[in-house]
Structure formats: C-alpha cells, structure tokens
Design a protein around this ligand. Structure first.
Ligand SMILES: [Fe+2]
Length: 473
C-alpha cells in the first residue's frame, strides 16, 4: 500500500495567511493579572489579506492593511480589528483585482501604464501597513509610499490623508521632534535629479517643511534613520536603484534595487539646527531596515545602534512563498557604530550574540540619548522565524529571553509605568501566534525580567504584523 508522504507542516505558516474576519470583543479571555496602571490601547498595523480575487500578493510587505486595537482598562482587555478602508481597499473590492503596485507586487505592467507613470507621476495606493504613529492628537498608519492614512483609534475607521511628504518614497519610522511635538521624517525625491530629503511636520500641520537635502544619483533603499539630540544619522546602504528603472523596467518596485557592495555604506550626519549634511562617511557594506537608537558622546562621537544584515538578501527571504514554506530567514545582528565626525572614522562592534529585530526602547526617555535596554524579537542563533523575545542589556552585553514552544511572537512594545524611574520599569506587549490553538494572544510581560504577567486570547489568528504604538488613555 502506498503511503502518501506529507511535507512537514510549517508551524508558524498561519501567520502569513489571510484573516478575513473583523471583530469587536468587549473582554478577551484573560489569564494572569494586568498591572492596574496599564490603561490605554496598543494600536497595531500589518498586512492581513494576501489575495484579491484570483490574484495574490508576492511579499509579506504587500498584503492589505488591517488595524488592530487592544484596549486595557478595569482589569480587562478588549479587542477590535478592521481593514483599512482607504482607496486601495475600495478599489480592490470594486474591481476584484490588485489595484496598485506594492513593494514586490506590480499589477499594471503595460507599456501604456509605464509611460503614463513616467510623465504624469505614479499613482500611489494607501496600503499603509507598516507602522502606527501618533502626531499631535492624530493617529496615522504609515508605509513607504507617500500616503499615510489617519484613523480613529477606537473604531479603526479611516479618516483621510493628513499630509503629503515632499517626495515619492518616505519611511514609516518618523522620529518625534521633542522641541515641537511634531515629526521628523525622510522622503526621496526621484527623477532626473534625485535627492534625499528630511522634513519636519508640526503636530497639527499638513504642510511639511524640508529641513535638509542631499543630492544622489542612485538612491539607496531607506526604511528608517537615527536621531541624536543634535544630528540626524542617515545610513545609505548599497542596495540602490536607478530612478528611471522604476518607471521603465516594468518590474515590481523592490526588484529594481541592486546590491552593489563595492559602494560601502555611507553615513551622513545632518546638523538638526542648520540642516547641513556632513560629507559622506563610508564604512563596510551592510543592510538594515531598523535603526534602534543613536546618541552623542561628550567628545562629539556619534553612537548609532542598528539591526544589520550582511546584505539585502533578507528582502528575498520575506517573500510569502519562502516564509510559508519555512525557508531561510537571515538573522539580524545588533551592531553599534561609533562615528567620529572630525576624522570620519567608523568603528563597529556586535552588541549581543543573539539575533535581534523589531527592537524597541524606552523611547520617551531614551531616544536620542544614552540608554541601556532594548527589547526585540529574536530567533535561534542560526536564524529562522522569530520565536522568542529578548531583553538586551547593552551595558552588560547580556540578554534574557522569553520563549515558549509553539508560540511565535511579534514586536515587543515597551510601555513605561507612569512615574517609573528605572529605564525598564514597565511592561512589554507582544502579539504571539499560538500555532496549536490557531489563534493569537496578547502577551503582557514584565519589562524588567520578562516574566509573564498576563495573556489575553483572541479567537482567531492575527497575521504577523510589523509595528505598533501604545496610546495612553
Ligand atoms: Fe519597520
């Protein structure tokens, strides 16, 4: 008798499958006890639908945006989720087709469309599935195409486009400008003359102001940047694009970038007061999505901590086919760069000996400043999908770990205890996939020792998402 051989199931594959269901639940089943001071909402964004009609998105970054809300109060956690009903969603519903190009999916490759894009400028969708940002009193969900969407933090309903960045690409990782309460962010102006731009947007404003500009022939891919009290720390990795290729080649956006390691990585230090950019400071080639933090030492040395990879092949690893098949996922390394702005020398060292990604810090107290602790998602030493949470002590260069068989955590968001003095006084919140149950849970850990305080079960799975913010009540 022939016995069918089944491929071993990938236990976390459900995290890359569509969730159709939208729910509002007053109180999730809860184990453990929530800290009484924890009051407010964890707001997260991420891809949740990977097909439109009979078409499928290619890459984890492409899926249609869903917003999630976990609200804490009176010892309970309530939950809501809702697709971002913006123009991408509307057009997908109306046409039954993928409506706009995404990071690695391009539905419209006709020559006519390409020429139209070249002369009239591209038309962008608003599939803002990367990060949630609070700007003044407004909540935005953001991505790298230039359309952020404001939303209602209670109902998760879309509420319009709050501003237009000064370029065709931007980041979903703006920094808080402490002096104004506004945001500092990046935009790439692409064309015959391309440039990297940094802009400020006031907390109530809709008109960004360009504060610095660096011309560039072949722009690099930019996902985030670092900020010290005096400088913007901009790292240009050698994963670069010829801007005309974006318009003419007819390939999905990400496929136009080329890894050119001979260029090295170029740091630019931008003086926040004057907008003046340093000459480029070149070091070894590497790639990263996420800066963790940066600060100045008293002698002017700039310290920049970045979650790095030897090259851009991580982007390939994050195609959905590979992820669902349990394929390779490169491990991130938390690397400290020490940049001497006077001599242009750059030194670097590995800070901890375990993989580190989606790192968070006590942002309110420690961004731009010296700091000791970071929380991140991690994996087995050789790589693989994220299966644990680590707290890194960057003074001692040690880590502690939360891990449980069959659970697959996402970004750990640090929430400081009101009145807490210690840098790690608070909790971390992480949405974990419970593969066996086929549902996700919200995990509440003590930020100091990663002991579990509480866990709230959502009845369905939540596709792995990128980033979120805690909004205090
Ligand atoms: Fe990110």
């Amino acid at each position: 008798m022939a016995v069918a051989t089944l491929a071993p199931a990938v236990p976390y594959a459900q995290g890359f499958q569509t969730l159709e269901e939208e729910t509002t639940i007053g109180a999730l089943p809860l184990s453990g006890e929530l800290p009484p001071w924890l009051s407010g909402s964890l707001l997260r964004t991420g891809p949740a639908k990977f097909e439109v009609g009979d078409q499928a998105y290619n890459h984890w970054f492409d899926g249609l945006t869903m917003l999630h809300r976990f609200t804490f109060g009176d010892g309970d956690v309530s939950y809501g989720n809702r697709f971002l009903r913006g123009k991408t969603w509307d057009r997908a519903q109306r046409t039954g087709k993928i409506p706009y190009p995404e990071f690695a999916t391009d539905p419209c490759r006709s020559t006519f469309k390409r020429m139209q894009t070249l002369f009239a400028g591209p038309e962008f969708g608003d599939n803002a599935n990367v990060n949630v940002v609070k700007l003044g009193e407004r909540f935005l969900t953001m991505t790298e195409s230039p359309i952020s969407v404001q939303f209602d933090p209670e109902t998760l309903e879309a509420a319009g486009v709050p501003f237009q960045p000064p370029g065709m690409l931007t980041t979903a990782h703006p920094h808080l400008d402490r002096a104004t309460g506004g945001m500092l962010n990046y935009a790439a102006k692409l064309g015959p003359r391309s440039s990297y731009r940094f802009f400020h947007l006031g907390p109530d404003d809709s008109e960004p102001e360009v504060i610095a500009e660096i011309s560039v022939k072949h722009p690099g891919y930019v996902h985030s940047f670092g900020l010290t009290e005096k400088h913007i720390v901009f790292a240009e990795f050698p994963w670069v694009v010829r801007p005309l290729d974006l318009a003419l080649k007819g390939r999905p956006y990400a496929e136009n970038f080329r890894w050119e390691p001979e260029r090295g990585t170029r740091f630019f230090l931008i003086d926040r007061a004057t907008g003046r950019a340093s000459e480029p400071i070149t070091t070894d080639a590497f790639f990263a999505f996420h800066h963790l933090n940066a600060y100045e030492e008293p002698d002017g040395t700039i310290v920049a901590d970045i979650q790095v990879y030897p090259d851009a092949s991580l982007v390939e690893d994050l195609y959905l086919d590979n992820l669902r098949a349990g394929g390779r996922v490169a491990p991130g390394e938390l690397r400290r760069f020490r940049i001497d702005p006077h001599t242009g020398s750059v030194e670097h060292e590995r800070l901890i000996d375990v993989p580190f990604e989606l790192g968070r810090i006590n942002y309110g107290h420690n961004n731009e400043r010296p700091y000791r602790y970071a929380w991140g998602a991690s994996a087995a030493p050789g790589g693989g999908w994220l299966d644990r949470i680590v707290k890194a002590d960057l003074d001692q260069r040690t880590t502690i770990t939360w891990r449980e068989d069959g659970y697959w955590p996402g970004e750990p968001v640090f929430v400081t205890r009101p009145g807490g003095k210690a840098e790690d006084d608070g909790v971390v919140l992480s949405v974990v996939l419970d593969a066996e149950r086929g549902g996700s849970s919200l995990l509440v850990l003590d930020a100091a020792d990663l002991s579990e305080l509480a866990r709230a079960e959502v009845p369905h799975h939540i596709p792995f998402s990128f980033h979120g913010q805690f909004a205090r009540a």
